[in-house]
Structures are given as structure tokens and as C-alpha cells.
Design a protein around this ligand. Structure first.
Ligand SMILES: *Cc1c(COP(=O)(O)O)cnc(C)c1O
Length: 418
């Protein structure tokens, strides 16, 4: 057994970035380096180069990499029970459901493995609820331009970025898109034939755009008027990301259905749809399901991560870090004028590129990785930061130093090009 393990490790060192192009479906274009180890907000690649991580696995690694609380939960559960299938329930999933329902508006949880699946469940629930209430033709779904809800056919159709859906037509019918933050546009198209409105409280992939409070309140009223479900896609904004446990709490608007994933497992794949007793009843036995949903290993890790984050200390720490990031990035930007605006909520931050630099957000993140810093983009013109919710201030300082170097080089390059 030992010999076998060391052989695997030896083989691993021969793995190269070019192997991606040999063996992987080219659905992604990953960076040229391969990270091999992480600790907190630090990462190291194959060559031993060090990075500060402001990307956080796309708003997933809420406690950074290999946090002891998550590692402990994973190790403990890995020696007890990994998987059963949904013919049996298990202790970790029931504990997690209790945590989620006790700390939100919801009474019931449905578990799955990703954000797309949580949204798929929410949209299917909305259609089923309307049908169970005896409505015919109440199947319409209203979603928003630039929204992102996942990559299944239903969720990519609900998403408001045609580039992700048009190649896969025919798409499921019955979905209309309104401009985000435009309540009048929704009022124009909503009707008694609408079964749901699905919205991100802060559009993440679409460019880090927070909803106006009046917009979400207005959606709530329109949904009530037309007996449509209000679905909040909190896959990116949930589990402390905005400094509240869920973003709906900062808006004071209650959804009927909420979806959560990304940070929920802190890096272990898990998602959930949360809803009320009344609506949950429509997902009766056999209506919907997934093999891995509520898997004890995933649920044990998620329970530990969620419990750690759902404390005043951690959540207030997110607000403090928000201010620190914004103040310091604005200060760096003063001389360079690369960004026109820093927006977002909590540790979901978007830096809008000046129109001089349109389409160049990716170039800036590539320079950042050369300087030893991981950043994200949200569309071609926004640099996005979604670091660990507990990133130490010293790591923020080091990351910002590297960001300043990358920004300075970026501005210099543009000067020589023009
Ligand atoms: C990432 C994301 C999804 C999709 O989640 P997956 O786990 O990739 O399926 C859905 N909605 C929002 C708001 C997201 O940010």
C-alpha cells in the first residue's frame, strides 16, 4: 500500500499545465500555473511560487484553504460514514437542515451539490406549486438581464447572458428577462401567468451589481399581487459573503425560496434550496431528487463551516474588511485611475475599469498572478475580489501591495501601447 501511494505521488510531479490541453475538454482556460497547496489565504504552485488569494475559489473558500475546523469535520466524518443514498437519512444532514432553518426565514431544506442544482430545484418547485394550486398555464418565469443562475439548460435559460445559452437551443420556454433594478419593466411583464421571479440580491458574475432596496421590496409586492414565488439566488451572496448571513437580511425583504451553495461547504461541493413548510409540501416524495444530495460527508463539512461563519464576530469582521479593502484600493487607484468605482457588499467586491481600459480586466488579473496575487473578473470590465471571510489583515496588506504592483505595471503598459 505504501509503495503504491509513493508511486502515485511520483507520477503527480510529472503533471504539467499542458496536460490540461491534452486530456481535458477545453471548457475552461485555466492559468498557466498549477496550485498544489493552500493554507488560509496563501497558495503555492508546483514551482513553489507563493500567492495571496483574493479569489477564494470564486466565493467558495469562505474560511480560506484547509481551515482546521473544516479539515477536522472532514476527517472525523470520513472515518464514520460517507454516503448512503436518499433511501436513508443521516445525522449530519439533519443537523445542517436544523442550522439552516433556525437561522433563516425557511422551515425546510432540500440538499444538492451545486448552485445550478439548487436553482433548478427552485424553478421546478415554482412550476409545481402553481400546478398543485390548480392553476393552468401559470408557468411564466421572470429573470434578469446579466443574471447568472448556473449552467444546466433551465438555469442557463433563466440566466440573462445569451452567450451562455444560445448555442444550446431549443431552450425551455416561458422565461422572460427584464433589466436589473428596473421595477417598472417587471411590472409591465408580470401577470397572473407568472409562477416565479428569480433574482440575485447582488448580481455576481454579471459585474457585482447590488440591487436597490426599493427594487427588491417592489418585487416582493408584485409577487404577492400575482401569487408568484420570489426566489432569491444567494449562491454567491450567501453564508456571510455580504456581512449578513444571507443578503436578504440586509434588505429586509423575505423571499419564498432561497438558494445557497458556493461558500456553504467552504470548498466541499454542496448546495441547498430553502423554503417554507407550505411550499415545501409540493415537493412530495418522488417529485425531485439527486443521488448525492445531503451526503453525510458534504453535510458534516457544511455544518462545521456554516456554524463557524454564523457568529457575530465573523460577520462583523466581513464588514470591517469591506471598508479596509475599499479604502485601500481607492487610495492605490488615486494616482493610477484604472477604476471608476468600487462596489459590492461585504467581501463581494467589484472594481469597475475605466472606459479607457474596456475589456482589459482579465489582463490586469494576469499581471496580478505574475505578482503573486489571485484576483477574479466579473465580465470583461470588472475586477472581482471574493477572498476568505476571515482573511487576516496582514494578508490583505500583502495582497494589496502586490495588487498595486500589478496595477502600476498595467497602467504603464497602456501608456506604451497608446
Ligand atoms: C456560481 C453561481 C451559480 C451556479 O453555481 P454552480 O455551483 O456553479 O452550479 C448560480 N447562481 C449564482 C448567483 C452564482 O454565483
Amino acid at each position: 500500500m505504501k509503495e503504491f501511494i509513493s508511486e502515485v505521488i511520483v507520477n503527480e510531479t510529472s503533471i504539467k499545465r499542458s496536460d490540461f490541453d491534452r486530456w481535458m475538454v477545453p471548457a475552461y482556460s485555466p492559468a498557466e500555473f498549477i496550485p498544489v497547496r493552500g493554507e488560509g489565504s496563501h497558495l503555492w504552485d508546483q514551482a513553489g511560487k507563493h500567492y495571496i488569494d483574493f479569489a477564494g475559489g470564486i466565493a467558495v473558500n469562505a474560511l480560506g484553504h484547509t481551515h482546521p475546523v473544516a479539515v477536522h469535520a472532514l476527517q472525523e466524518q470520513s472515518q464514520r460514514l460517507w454516503h448512503l443514498g436518499n433511501g436513508y437519512t443521516n445525522e449530519p444532514v439533519l443537523r445542517l437542515a436544523k442550522q439552516l432553518t433556525e437561522s433563516t426565514f425557511a422551515d425546510k431544506a432540500f440538499f444538492c451539490n451545486s448552485g445550478a442544482e439548487a436553482n433548478e430545484a427552485a424553478l421546478k418547485l415554482a412550476r409545481k406549486v402553481a400546478r398543485d394550486k390548480g392553476y393552468t398555464g401559470k408557468t411564466g418565469i421572470i429573470a434578469f438581464k446579466n443574471a447568472f443562475h448556473g449552467r444546466t439548460l433551465f438555469t442557463v435559460s433563466a440566466g440573462g447572458q445569451p452567450k451562455y445559452s444560445e448555442d444550446f437551443a431549443p431552450l425551455p420556454p416561458g422565461i422572460k428577462h427584464a433589466p436589473y433594478n428596473d421595477l417598472a419593466a417587471v411590472a409591465d411583464i408580470i401577470s397572473d401567468a407568472t409562477c416565479a421571479v428569480i433574482v440575485e440580491p447582488v448580481q455576481g458574475e454579471g459585474g457585482v451589481l447590488p440591487a436597490d432596496s426599493a427594487f427588491l421590496k417592489g418585487l416582493r409586492e408584485l409577487c404577492d399581487k400575482h401569487q408568484a414565488l420570489l426566489i432569491f439566488d444567494e449562491v454567491q451572496t450567501g453564508v456571510g459573503r455580504t456581512g449578513e448571513l444571507y443578503a436578504y437580511m440586509r434588505y429586509g425583504v423575505l423571499p419564498d425560496v432561497l438558494t445557497t451553495a458556493k461558500a456553504l461547504g467552504g470548498g466541499f461541493p454542496v448546495g441547498a434550496m430553502l423554503t417554507t413548510n407550505e411550499l415545501a409540501a409540493s415537493m412530495s416524495s418522488g417529485t425531485h431528487g439527486t443521488t448525492y444530495g445531503g451526503n453525510p460527508l458534504a453535510a458534516a463539512v457544511a455544518g462545521a463551516v456554516f456554524g463557524f461563519i454564523n457568529t457575530p464576530d465573523v460577520l462583523q469582521g466581513v464588514h470591517k474588511r469591506y471598508q479596509y479593502f475599499v479604502d485601500n484600493i481607492l487610495r492605490i487607484n488615486e494616482d493610477l485611475s484604472i477604476f471608476t468605482e468600487i462596489r459590492g457588499a461585504g467581501l463581494l467586491l467589484g472594481c469597475q475599469m475605466d472606459s479607457h481600459y474596456s475589456g482589459k480586466a482579465k489582463q490586469l488579473t494576469q499581471l496580478a498572478s505574475e505578482e503573486g496575487l489571485l484576483l477574479l473578473i466579473a465580465g470583461p470590465d470588472v475586477v472581482r475580489l471574493t477572498p476568505s471571510l476571515i482573511i487576516p489583515f496582514a494578508d490583505i496588506d500583502e495582497g494589496l501591495k502586490r495588487m498595486k504592483r500589478a496595477m502600476t505595471r498595467f497602467a504603464g503598459l497602456q501608456d506604451t501601447q497608446s
